[in-house]
Design a protein around this ligand. Sequence first.
Ligand code: SF4
Ligand code: SF4
Length: 188
Amino acid sequence: MEIQLSRDVIESPFVNEVLGEAKSLVNNCYQCRKCAAGCPVAYEMDYTPAEIMHAVRLGQKDLVLGSKTIWICAACKTCSTRCPQDVEIVKIMDAARRVALREGIKPKVPEAAAFYRSALFTVKNFGRLYEIGLIGRLKLATRDFFKDIGLGLTMFRKGKLSLLPSGWRRGFRVRTILNRIKNEEGAI
Ligand code: SF4
Ligand code: SF4
């Protein structure tokens, strides 16, 4: 889909919602594309981070929320660090993901959404990331039981994956914190 060029931000509920959640201005973006040039996973995206920033600015809701890009983004912040205009690209990606989930839009990259949910599940229940639990839940969600099995076994042999979660008592405290955030911000 062709993205039109414009110097203005369109007034729309979608733009207000994304930018309100991200608390970042996108109209400072002058399309230098440094964010796109530095993104380590841009090769997997359907639109570059720069194109997504421009689409947000234009209120192209369907394009943004239906893109692979918002799910492929690994939140590494390389783009935000490089941006000469201080556009918080990673926060805008995050806000777009949350809006998509709230609106019931099916993630374009379901494995990424399943990964986020699985990771959050282990943090909520064990107080920190529990890799074996994450892998198990992710496999159940994706039904892709044999993908990366060799890598998993190598990590296990090298002691990088522990069978039991550590510090699981922290789970209750973390859940309390997350529930408070959910009540206050309606997120998570
Ligand atoms: S680096 Fe910043 S100004 Fe340049 S295209 Fe990306 S968001 Fe826009
Ligand atoms: S935060 Fe996302 S969009 Fe930005 S460089 Fe990292 S992966 Fe790419």
